[in-house]
Design a protein around this ligand. Structure first.
Ligand code: ZN
Length: 183
């Protein structure tokens, strides 16, 4: 084994629906140490590889309140996030790296004010609208052990579970996606 291996970021697999880590509540980050910094780097690597716009720690099997995202070429890591305010309504075709192949149209608040801690330990607030606001709500759900299925209407949930099972069983060709409209 070459000595460089020790300095490489450990590669993680993205956990998918059915893995119990995705339905448990993540713990607060108390200390921002080297482990947390390395974890955030590994999360970003997994997110870019997927590829996805956002990733929460439970999605790589770590029960910590951390999520990463990149919507405009700027990687961001946030710790212990909470939504302080939300307003409006917005429908968006939401997908999840842990539920691959499925996109479901969902209604959620359009704007949110998120409060979180950055890797420097500073408490920050971010005003987000539309896509970024949706991303925040989606990643925050992951940290609370909530998956998209819980946000769907009962009809959508039934259809989504059937479709997801079909996709997971190889019933579709590689890379095929299924969209479920709002009903
Ligand atoms: Zn997700």
């Amino acid at each position: 084994m070459s000595p460089q291996v020790a300095f490489q970021i450990v590669a993680y697999d993205i956990r998918t629906f059915g893995d119990p880590v995705l339905t448990s509540v993540a713990e607060q980050v108390e200390n921002i140490d080297g482990k947390i910094v390395r974890l955030s780097q590994a999360m970003l690597q997994a997110m870019y590889q997927a590829p996805g716009l956002g990733l929460a720690a439970p999605q790589i099997g770590v029960q910590k309140q951390i999520f990463v995202y990149d919507v405009d070429g700027e990687p961001v890591t946030l710790l212990n996030p909470r939504i302080v305010e939300s307003r409006g309504e917005w429908v968006y075709d939401e997908g999840c790296l842990s539920i691959p192949g499925l996109y479901v149209e969902m209604l959620r608040p359009k704007e949110v004010l998120l409060e979180a801690v950055d890797l420097g330990g500073n408490t920050i607030q971010i005003e987000a609208d539309e896509l970024l606001a949706r991303l925040f709500q989606h990643e925050l759900d992951h940290l609370n052990g909530v998956l998209m299925f819980e946000r769907m209407t009962p009809d959508q949930r039934e259809e989504a579970l059937t479709e997801y099972k079909r996709i997971a069983d190889g019933g579709t060709s590689e890379g095929e996606t299924r969209h479920i409209g709002l009903k």
